[in-house]
Design a protein around this ligand. Sequence first.
Ligand code: HEM
Length: 382
Amino acid sequence: MAHSPNTDWSPESDAVQRDQRAAYDSMRERCPVAYSRMMGWTLFRNSDVRHVLHEHGTFSNRVSQHLSVPNGMDPPVHTAYRRIVEPYFDEAAMAAFEPTCRAIASDLAGQLHAQRDADFMQAFAQPFAVRIQCAFLGWPESFHEPLLQWTQRNLEATGAQDRDALAEIADTFRAYVFAMIERRREGSHGPDVTSRLMAEQVDGKPLTDEEIASILRNWTMGEVGTLAAALGILVHGVATDTDLQALLRDNPERIEDANEELLRLHCPLVTNRRRATAATDLHGRGIEAGDTLTLNWVAANRDPDAFEAAEQFRIDRDQSANLVWGAGIHVCPGAPLARLEMRVVMEELLAHSEDISLRPDTLPDLARYPGSGYATLPVHLR
Ligand code: HEM
């Protein structure tokens, strides 16, 4: 049974939610290992997060009773499933997907430019994230709207810690995926990523429908929101820094470096969890077996002990301590896909405009946990 030490902070409080980055920066300096009822032990320092990521014997990914492939698994089971997942994001797969990605980005960039004034999150980031995900998996357009709604409800239910709502959202998603599996089994569908997954084996046995649904869930429900948040952060970055925008217009080959640094400064994913399997000590705080730990990526990526002048944007910075994609055995396998999508989006937005700026009359709204980035981002394109 996990123990309940005194509470050090309230992650759900308005003071934290108003500006998550400022609150987490302050916690990192004031109380780097902080207990709360909502999150258990939150770790804010880059070196502590890194330590936990690499000590996967002591800090397990089995944080929930529900099947989660491969996110909620530990070695050796994790290793077998992770081997299946990785090839879907290799160089050849990404090169084959780039033209589809560009067509969707170009279509939405054209529409955004025609509108001139728009909320970037609603007009571009969210529709792009669901369209691209469905295109990648081979899912129909009729799935765009339900996916958008489920992602939104999933974020809200996670924030409210509403277990019933989360279970219901997961059930609806699973039922839809089962229907898609069935259609492919009947042979009424061409080859795509979903049918390729259905042919995979672990230890000589085909994946179960539950496992396929879990893999697809971890590629969609969690990631659509993170990708949309990332796009908002990148566009805010170029809209508020005219020198950077000019540099990227003249040197599009610098877009990938700029993207990594902008996401370091404002991480689109706020946290992930671990469970301690043995008693241990972090900065004098006694962690007991069974305790939950929460890794705060936002604070870890802004840690002055890991990055010189951590609060400054430096396009040439060494990114080896950047944890935007995690590190160790659970490092994001979808990073090549997300990087491709972000690069192509920036290329297309810049190609479709002469200038991208924030609207002077309406301020952006920061997102609340578990969201990151911007809830609304009013932009003007010329
Ligand atoms: C900007 C977008 C994204 C960000 C910032 C991001 C970030 C991360 C991070 C930090 C982790 C490590 C979690 C941990 O250690 O607990 C992770 C894991 C993971 N990500 Fe991503 N991700 C993104 C997009 C994607 C995409 C597009 C996919 C797939 C289509 C994906 C699939 C996964 C999976 C399956 C894992 C679990 C891997 C494992 O446990 O071995 N991610 N991601």
